[in-house]
Design a protein. Sequence first.
Length: 110
Amino acid sequence: MQLYCPRCSLVFSGNYCPNCGGKRFREPEDEDLCFLVEKGQIWCDMLADVLKQHGIPCIAKGRLGAGLAMQVGSFLETQRVYVSYADLKEAAEIVEELFGSEQEENDFNV
Ligand SMILES: [Zn+2]
């Protein structure tokens, strides 16, 4: 069974959130924003394009501050890409296709 940590926007399976260790989670709902992958901005732009082609809306957030989102990201800044839970499975497959085994940072069980 998959669970969702609202604090981290992370879907996982297990007894606690692998990111924050929190135990305040619930079952994911289709419209929940879920962490997909963290990449440099160029890769995120490319990924966002491909997701768009598949009809999957996504949101990219830089690490500088969640509220500031994309505007402040430099090209060196890594960004976190989020999709809704309904799209997570398909989006994860696209990430796998695009980045394959290079995708080390994201070892979450999606
Ligand atoms: Zn968490």
